[in-house]
Design a protein around this ligand. Structure first.
Ligand SMILES: C[S@@+](CC[C@H](N)C(=O)[O-])C[C@H]1O[C@@H](n2cnc3c(N)ncnc32)[C@H](O)[C@@H]1O
Length: 311
């Protein structure tokens, strides 16, 4: 049986892809935090004013209202495979310690954390084991699973680790069940993965006065160097992963439109991340691309948010 409507506190909320999915699944976000002003503006105007703008290090647990699930995609640039300079002591890799201290101080029923697959390989896997151990020692039964967003109806190959926890004293009463795929690579019993050209079929060219918000793109010249962010896009497949920043080699990660004539616009990138067309991003061009690339696809978030069960 589903655990019903739960109250969410959201760390590293960004523009709110993860939160929007939890809301679509019937939950209520009571508090959120991020230190990126543009992301907070985007979140505030589209989702709600419950977001606080501050560094996580400055969050006082007393400001977080009562809640049931702690969620968050703790920053991943240090962990990402797209970052070839991945280093173990990157300060962004220790932000999870704030998650642990908030968990220990507030003891919610559950947590759900999202990260890049690269987190599992860091330092030969030792760092991931350490994170899982620390989460367990905070009083939770911990699980993790690697999911591809394309398996959940998102028109994008985006592989992420979802770590979940149920408070140990509630283990007989509650559980978390990972969602079964709704789509598959080749079709068959499940519908086939959604291709990038299907996803963008109803979006006209930015210069055609479509009236769509954020339908702007950087004039960055796309190149075909068979390198992350510099590959031709196969119109018959899901999009390559929409990334937040550069490709790790100091270059831009510019996913090409399926017609391969220009970079995707912010609106198109957001559509591939399954944000609704009415969701409007704030900030300059690079900031908007970053917010979109940082997000958990809304549709994937909705699927994972449905996994909290009463036994
Ligand atoms: C991977 S993104 C999360 C995206 C979000 N889950 C979504 O679905 O839209 C990580 C976020 O952490 C925020 N962040 C990074 N360091 C932070 C810090 N020290 N304090 C607060 N927020 C931080 C970034 O601004 C970014 O929005």
């Amino acid at each position: 049986m589903k655990a019903g409507k739960l109250r969410i506190a959201s760390l590293f909320a960004g523009a709110g892809g993860l939160d929007l999915g939890f809301i679509a699944a019937g939950h209520k976000v009571v508090w959120a935090n991020d230190f990126d002003k543009d992301a907070c503006d985007t979140y505030g105007s589209n989702i709600g004013q419950h977001i606080t703008w501050s560094d996580i290090a400055d969050v006082k647990v007393g400001e977080i209202p009562d809640y049931d699930i702690l969620i968050g995609g703790f920053p991943c640039q240090g962990f990402s495979r797209a970052n070839v300079h991945r280093v173990q002591n990157d300060v962004r890799n220790s932000l999870y310690l704030h998650v642990i201290s908030i968990l220990m101080a507030t003891k919610p029923k559950f947590f759900l954390l999202e990260n890049v697959r690269g987190i599992k390989a860091l330092n030969g896997g030792k760092d991931f084991s350490e994170i899982l151990l620390a989460l367990g020692e905070s009083g939770y039964d911990v699980n993790h699973q690697v999911l591809n967003a394309a398996d959940y109806g998102v028109p994008q190959n985006r592989i992420r680790v979802i770590i979940t926890g149920v408070r140990k004293d509630l283990a007989k009463k509650y559980q978390y069940v990972y969602p079964p795929p709704t789509h598959s690579r080749d079709g068959g019993e499940l519908p086939k993965w959604i291709s990038i050209s299907e996803a963008l079929s109803r979006i006209g060219e930015p210069d055609d006065d479509t009236g769509l918000p954020n339908h702007v793109f950087s004039r960055y010249k796309v190149t075909d160097r068979d390198f992350t962010g510099h590959r031709r896009t196969d119109p018959h497949k899901p999009s390559p992963t929409i990334l937040a920043r550069g490709n790790g080699g100091g270059g831009v990660c510019a996913i090409q439109h399926p017609k391969n004539h220009r970079r995707l616009s912010v609106r198109e990138s957001a559509t591939i991340q399954t944000f609704p067309l009415s969701f409007v991003f704030s900030g300059g061009l690079m900031s908007m691309y970053r917010q979109v690339g940082n997000a958990v696809p809304v549709k994937l978030a909705e699927c994972i948010a449905a996994g909290f069960r009463k036994t």
